[in-house]
Write a new protein. Structure first.
Lengths: 395, 284
């Protein structure tokens, strides 16, 4: 999700060189390797860059779903073939891959688990020619033609959890800190409305440059002097770890609670047990979320990948739902015709890692969790059943 | 005085002192040998993983120091011998070679530890109260340790026989060789000192940051800025560079926000490259 200052130019150079080489040599091989009537899914996940931490889980979860779909007869009788493609670099690299997948591989469908900047670029490139399913958490508002979103929306992530923080925990004043890009800014925009509805106030709203080597001593000092009741965190990855460690290091964790909107298993391991007191997270999936569906999903996951299975978490497990959504969508539409898929999307039900989801307005209503960090484990504190996505896209 | 201002002032001191120590290894390798070591950040990363290994095995934190010295030392010897020695006085070539090294080290770390974040517990947890404020004990300790380390190196470099020999080598290698100084061994020793210092810097910051294979990238840019602004080859240069880059960033971040702080650092570095390319303290 982040790319560092040193990285892009070199990666770009290498990526271009490698792509060039692959372009010359591979197509013939690829064509013979896959049967003509396979149902090809371009799977955009993070294979490079710092977000590639999620890559193995994304890939494994999608593979598990594809295996299950294939055992049950595939999609419209065609075997699913995943083509994992890197979306961990700059958006422009992903769009190049999308064009290649559409022209060379003639993919039937795209699934994407990556940041919003890349999603916007991909939507503009794919132009609805192929159905595109977007899976992780996001800021809402994506209604592009032939695009289907199964991600957590602000209405789902923020409304129940922040309301709980304000009503049950009595938080009145909120300090906002996030990375400077579209997801944190839109989330905070949403949160601000909710906070004023509940009679609270926003003490400050602050952003740090996305992908820069950030440090947080100055910000934490400022928060200490502002004395908010809670901090709403929309930092991601290393910034999220760094901030929370600094926050606790300065002793603020005793009196000020924190609600983080992208805190999953990997990030919490980085934050560490000594810095996770009074820290909450809100998402639709945790590895130890309750319910039969998750139990079944985990059994299958660990049976397939064994002890070396990549760490489970929301970003990764979302791809499992993505593949199942593809099956439900294409089966009901009887193919990948854009108009038919758009019409078919309303009301389809499919299995996610967290349980069955039903699509409305090309988004998904789902059960949300509020988790309390106990050491480096999540303890589910509240379960909010059937939370509406708050997004309605025309069919 | 306002506790906010006192705390922010100590934050500035912390930023400057830790940046000076993190740049120290690069200052030795780049400043004295002229080798553009892009893998500097990866040696910091290795130090941080040594701290992690130490903790994962339940050893006392100080055990990370010898572990880092052995690992970064051995690696430094090998790298200097295989990669750097044929490339002395070809700065651009060393840049490309060490860039490759940085990729390799990152991938090795990824192969051993995976891409996941590791956290290292703070060896001196808690905060202390003074001047009406509360400040994390370990960060205070780092400020003191950083200044002590830099001061120690200054004294050693200025007064020891080896320090004299290095200065002779830097100013005129042929003449130094003619005087019976083994340039080859001295250069190798200087390089290894640099990699070890970077590793020790990693041990120091490990408890405060996410430990992962990519962490070195966070440091390499800032430490290069320090040397660009401060100038190569002198301790005064290192300290003034760290003071300008770390201090400016910290002060601006405290006064307005982190984006302005980062912006200020970039603008300053460009201005220095443009108007004062030899830095604040230019070597004669």
């Amino acid at each position: 999700m982040t790319h560092r200052i040193q990285g892009p130019t070199r990666r770009k150079f290498l990526g271009t060189a490698a792509a060039g080489a692959a372009f010359g040599a591979l197509p013939a091989l690829v064509r013979t390797a896959s049967a003509a009537d396979d149902f090809k899914i371009g799977l955009f996940i993070a294979l490079s860059g710092p977000a590639s931490l999620f890559g193995p889980t994304q890939r494994a979860s999608a593979e598990l779903a594809a295996e299950e779909v294939n055992k049950a007869g595939g999609i419209l009788g065609r075997q699913v073939k995943l083509i994992p493609t890197d979306a961990g670099g700059p958006p422009a690299e992903s769009t190049k891959s999308a064009i290649r997948l559409m022209l060379e591989e003639k993919v039937d469908l795209f699934i994407g688990s990556h940041d919003s900047a890349t999603r916007e670029a991909l939507v503009a490139t794919i132009k609805g020619k192929v159905p595109y399913i977007y899976t992780p958490t996001y800021e809402g508002g994506e209604c592009a033609f032939n695009t289907y979103v199964i991600a957590d929306t602000p209405e789902q992530q923020i409304r129940p959890s922040l309301t709980w923080m304000m009503k049950d925990k009595g938080a009145k004043s909120v300090y906002m800190i996030g990375d400077d890009y579209v997801w944190p800014r839109k989330c905070n925009e949403y949160a601000k409305k909710l906070i004023s509805e509940n009679g609270g106030k926003v003490v400050a709203e602050e952003y740090v440059p996305f992908g820069a080597p950030n440090k947080f001593e100055e910000i934490v000092t400022r928060i200490k002097s502002a004395k908010p009741d809670t901090v709403l965190i929309t930092l991601v990855g290393a910034d999220n770890v760094n901030f929370n460690r600094t926050f606790a290091g300065f002793g603020l964790d005793k009196d000020i609670s924190r609600l983080s909107l992208l805190l999953e298993e990997n990030t919490l391991l980085g934050v560490g047990a000594e810095s996770s007191k009074n820290l909450y997270s809100s998402m639709s999936y945790y590895a130890n979320a309750p319910g039969e569906a998750n139990k079944k999903f985990k059994q299958a996951y660990f049976a397939k990948f064994g002890d070396k299975a990549p760490q489970l978490g929301l970003i990764g497990a979302d791809c499992y739902g993505g593949v199942n959504c593809a099956k439900a969508l294409v089966t009901k539409a009887g193919g990948t015709n854009a108009q038919k898929c758009m019409a078919a999307s309303e009301g389809i039900t499919f299995e996610s890692a967290a349980g069955p989801w039903t699509m409305h307005g090309r988004h998904v209503d789902k059960t949300m969790y509020l988790a309390d960090c106990k050491g480096t484990e999540f303890e589910i504190l509240q379960t909010f059943a059937n939370v509406k996505s708050g997004e309605v896209c025309k069919a | 005085m306002d506790p906010l201002i006192v705390t922010q002032a100590i934050n500035v001191l912390y930023a400057v002192s830790t940046l000076a120590v993190l740049a120290l290894g690069l200052a030795v390798i780049f400043g004295l040998l002229g080798v553009l070591n892009i893998a500097h950040g990866e040696f910091i990363m290795i130090g941080a993983y040594c701290a992690y290994i130490t903790q994962a095995n339940g050893w006392p934190y100080l055990a990370a120091l010898p572990l880092t010295l052995v690992l970064c030392g051995m690696l430094g010897v090998a790298v200097e011998w295989v990669m750097i020695r044929p490339l002395y006085r070809r700065p651009f070539d060393t840049l490309v070679a060490t860039w490759g090294l940085s990729l390799l080290l990152r991938k090795i770390a990824e192969a051993i530890f995976g891409l996941g974040f590791r956290s290292v517990n703070i060896p001196l947890p808690g905060t202390v109260e003074f001047l009406g404020i509360e400040y994390p004990l370990y960060r205070l300790f780092l400020i003191v340790l950083s200044f002590a380390t830099v001061a120690g190196l200054v004294i050693w470099y200025g007064n020891s026989r080896t320090g004299n020999q290095i200065r002779a080598m830097v100013s005129n290698p042929e003449l130094a060789q003619a005087q019976g100084i083994s340039i080859r061994r001295l250069a190798s020793g200087t390089f290894v000192t640099g990699t070890c210092l970077a590793g020790l810097g990693g041990v120091m910051v490990a408890p405060l940051v996410p430990v992962q294979p990519f962490m070195g990238l966070d440091y390499v840019l800032r430490t290069f800025f320090v040397l660009i602004v401060g100038g190569l080859g002198s301790v005064q240069g290192l300290l003034s560079g760290a003071a300008v880059i770390g201090g400016f960033d910290s002060v601006v971040s405290a006064a307005t926000n982190a984006t302005d702080g980062y912006f200020a650092v970039l603008v300053l570095s460009i201005l220095f490259l443009w108007l004062k390319p030899r830095g604040i303290v230019a070597r004669g």
